[in-house]
Every structure is written in C-alpha cells, then in structure tokens.
Write a protein that binds this ligand. Structure first.
Ligand code: MN
Length: 294
C-alpha cells in the first residue's frame, strides 16, 4: 500500500484536491484523473464556472454528491446533474463542454470528477454524452454502496466504458465494517472524501490517495463514525498515454493539433448557452515524457 498526497488547486472558482495525476500516481487502470471538488459553501455569485473547453481521447465521469451543475456541450446536450447522478462524456476524437453552477445562489458543492483514458482502438470514436439519473445501490455492513462503474456486490452499473473498470462510492452514517470483494487482476486505489476510514488496518483521512496495487481478493474496510470514500480499480492500462491540459493522446503532435484547432474554432464545435467565457488552450510545452495536468 502506498499513500499519495493530493494537490490543492482551484477549478472554476472552487477549491479541489487533485489525487491523479500526481508524481506519485498517474493511473489506476484506465482512470487517469481524479479531482475531489469541495465540499464547499460557495457565496452567491461565486459558484463553479468552467467555461467552454475541449477534450480528446478520454471520458469525463462526474459523480455529484451535493449541489447541482449544468453541463452543456458541442453536441447540443444541456443536462443538469443532481446528487446521486452521473454525467459521462465520451470525448473520443473531440468534444467541447462547459460546467456551471446551476443556481446563481450557488451554495453547497461536493463532487468528484474522474477521467478515463480511452484505449487505442476507441480513442478516435465519435463523441457522446450520457446522463445516468440513478445508479445501483446496495446496503452492506453498514455502508451504502453505490456502484458507479462496472460490477460490485452482484450489481452492474450502466455507465458505458471501454476497458475493464470498477468504481464505487461507499458511505456510512455511523460505525460500519465491510469486506469488499476485489478482482486480483485489477489494481485499486481509495480516496476518503469525508470522515476517517480504516483500510486493511491503515487509518486514512480525507484527500490522501491510498494505492492498493493488484493481487488482492478483498479489502477490509471499517469506520468508527460517519465516513464517505470512493474506491476505483481496473485492469492495468498497458498503454503509455500523454495527458496535458484537457487532452489525452499518445504523441506531442496530437496535442499541438488539438490546441490549434480549439483556438482557431475548428474541429470541436461550439458550446451554446454557457454564462462562462470560452477557455483559451495554452501553448503546449515540450512533451517527451507523460506530463501531469497543471
Ligand atoms: Mn472538462
């Protein structure tokens, strides 16, 4: 087991902790990005606003815990996401979207956004967007387990992904204990979102990523009081990726091309209706090694 510090940052006016990528951990299966946003009580007029921006080569997976966000994209989707719901956007060869706090009154916001790298055979597929209003929920050992992706406790989550993956939200309102069945061929990591959890005897507080590696058949999970955490896992990805700004690719030239296309209003289409300004893609640095998002 390996503890990995998250990095504090600001995304769209909201404080976040970035658990991946960091120098300590770039991927868990195809999961290649993990932001924990909030929980925060935003003042009126100071809610989340991420203006129109492009993505390639990945899926964005948004899990809403508190608050509401309006998603708009270049396919024309306009979708409010509420607590307990998932938005899954498949960028494939290219899409643009915006994310804005739904109410001008702002208020509470707590969410997790993950990115999933698309494998070589799928990364140029047409863009798509799907909203999942309800995910499978199982009560086990005092935990409410929401299956976000893949299969767990006999339940299959609907979100459509392109490599073997699993994701769960585990929430307990009081002391609880649970053994989570794992797949030995998957690698896993846990991020506590609130409270304190004991994982295989190791005490974990919010916003430290615990990387568990692979080869495990189960995970012993306990808490002495209310807690919430996410467990992610997947088959080791097996492809080197480049991740820079909002793009996942394989070659620096692809980053240059995507940057130029976005800044010249080509290829991605436009996002209509966002109250936020369109973002400008920054210059691409020299990318010889996989680079962290910054
Ligand atoms: Mn985005």
């Amino acid at each position: 087991m390996e503890r990995i510090d998250t990095r504090g940052a600001d995304v769209g006016g909201i404080p976040i902790h970035r658990a991946m990528p960091t120098s300590g951990r770039r991927m868990v299966g195809a999961w290649c990005f993990l932001d924990h946003a909030g929980p925060v009580d935003a003042a009126p007029g100071h809610g989340l606003h991420v203006g129109p921006h492009p993505h390639i080569g990945l899926q964005t997976f948004t899990w809403m815990i508190e608050g509401e966000i309006m998603h708009r994209d270049s396919l024309g989707y306009e979708q409010l996401i509420r607590p307990g719901q998932v938005n899954l956007m498949t960028a494939g060869r290219g899409i643009a979207h915006s994310e804005d706090e739904a109410s001008p009154a702002a208020g509470r916001l707590h969410a997790v956004q993950l990115w999933i790298a698309l494998p070589e055979a799928e990364r140029h597929r047409p863009p798509a967007f799907q909203h999942y209003p309800k995910l499978p929920l199982v009560d086990e050992g005092g935990f409410h387990v929401t299956v976000l992706v893949g299969e767990a406790f006999g339940k299959q989550a609907a979100p459509e992904v392109y490599s073997p993956l699993v994701g769960m939200d585990l929430t307990a309102g009081d002391a609880a204990g649970l053994s989570v069945p794992l797949q030995p061929g998957f690698e896993y990591a846990v991020l506590v979102l609130s409270g304190e959890a004991r994982i295989e005897g190791e005490v974990l507080e919010p916003d430290t990523l615990l990387y568990l590696g692979s080869g495990r058949e189960q995970l012993d999970l306990q808490c002495g009081a209310a807690c919430r955490l996410v467990l992610i896992g997947g088959e080791p990805f097996g492809e080197e990726i480049l991740l820079w700004w909002n793009f996942v690719a394989r070659h620096p030239e692809e980053m240059e091309q995507a940057t130029a296309a976005w800044n010249e209003h080509r290829h991605f289409g436009e996002v209509k209706g966002s109250p936020s300004a369109r973002l400008v893609a920054p210059d691409v640095p020299a990318l010889r090694q996989p680079q962290p998002f910054s």
